[in-house]
Design a binder for this molecule. Sequence first.
Ligand SMILES: Cc1cc2nc3c(=O)[nH]c(=O)nc-3n(C[C@H](O)[C@H](O)[C@H](O)COP(=O)(O)OP(=O)(O)OC[C@H]3O[C@@H](n4cnc5c(N)ncnc54)[C@H](O)[C@@H]3O)c2cc1C
Length: 441
Amino acid sequence: MSVVIRSKNPFQSLILPFKTTPYWWETVEPLKVDNKEIPNQMDVAIVGSGYTGLWASIILKEQGVDVHVFEAKELGYGASTRNAGFVGAGYKLGVSKLFKIFGKDRAVELFNISLKAREDIEETIRKENIDCGFVVPGHLVVAWKPVHLANLEKTAELLEKYFSLKTRLLDKSSLSACMETALYHGGLFLPEGALLNPARYYQGVLALAIKKGVDFHPQTEVQQIEQKGGKFEVTFSGNKRTLAREVLMATNGYTSSSFPEIQRRIIPLPSTIVLTEPIDKNLLEKLVHTKSAVYDTKNFLYYFRFLDDGKLLFGGRTQLNFKSSIIDASKELRRSISMVFPALKEIKIWNVWEGKVGFTFDHLPHYGRLLNGIHYCLGYCGHGVALSSYLGKLTAYYLLNDPRGQSSLLTLPFKKEFFYTAHPWFLPMVGLWYRLKDILF
Ligand SMILES: Cc1cc2nc3c(=O)[nH]c(=O)nc-3n(C[C@H](O)[C@H](O)[C@H](O)COP(=O)(O)OP(=O)(O)OC[C@H]3O[C@@H](n4cnc5c(N)ncnc54)[C@H](O)[C@@H]3O)c2cc1C
């Protein structure tokens, strides 16, 4: 199990003991998609072929719209086939903060959108028969500090009171009945938490979009969008052009500096995942007594799940910039695994990969239309499997002025900050501050 990569020195190659591509890509057969000729005119051009772009394209096509999806790389190259496959309700902005910032009524409205997204993805997977290993074993949020357990208790109260969600709070000893780790101080079990294989879900949705007749253009980077006579002139790599009535940016954490109005509102943060060799069955039985997926309450959080064949998928944020190498990131995650499960300190890593998470300043996703007329739907802050699928659909309706596209997310300002123009120079400092917070409180 080794792969040869080139280091910066072209004469020196490095043998890594792991693959640097997402494990999920090994579990699907890529679909054959015709790269059609780009027509001179179209109704809607969608930039980005992740879950957002796919679902928006499906709804638009169903409404009789001539829609084309443009992707700079291979279809599904971005976070949609790299994520951990956790499917849950809620946002990066936690429930308590949502209530504190927005007050009861708006917080309930906003959280309900995420509940609808969670419900919708399950319904869709079942209705469309998407074979993506969708299961509902629950999510376990584990407390990094004793004070975090008190926050989880507050979350549990709000979820029960306003959304009738029955959760279960675990103290340290109940948690150790679920997992052989002394690192955490308890946790909150969220029964509606689901899991899926993100690349197989992606393929299922892509197959649906192809069946509906959506036109795809992989390896076609959108380089410029200019208003021209009430339409948008879209310029692609290779200097090709088209005129589109509407444009939807579905580029999330992969948004480039060619689109400053979007880019200034989205901060790309790296998240790295490692997949281990299968863990010995007897050892695994000793280590975990739950099928739930787990994530913790740190800023530099860990998230993990065990696959059916005993491999451990373990993810985390190792840096807030893209300067650290994948080797350093894998070493750090390996150390993290042995912190959580000391018995796994010798475990071998088989795959390591990275993806870009699209963060917003308010830790909430946004969709709508910019002053220049361009539509957008992005900013899921690492909670995008259900949200991007659902909000992609809502954005399509919104673009068509269909009332089904309305939601209270539209009332939120999509903030940019004066200090963030082209480059997120502040991330190393924010990273230091978060690390300090993880140590101190
Ligand atoms: C490592 C990792 C783990 C995650 N784990 C989870 C999880 O467990 N649960 C969860 O809910 N969420 C998770 N997320 C977040 C989730 O994957 C994303 O929110 C979701 O996939 C976003 O989908 P999208 O379609 O908006 O964007 P993406 O899937 O990122 O697609 C954007 C696409 O736009 C393309 N693009 C960019 N610029 C251009 C251009 N100029 N022209 C053409 N194409 C362009 C890119 O190449 C890319 O393919 C994770 C993310 C990462 C990175």
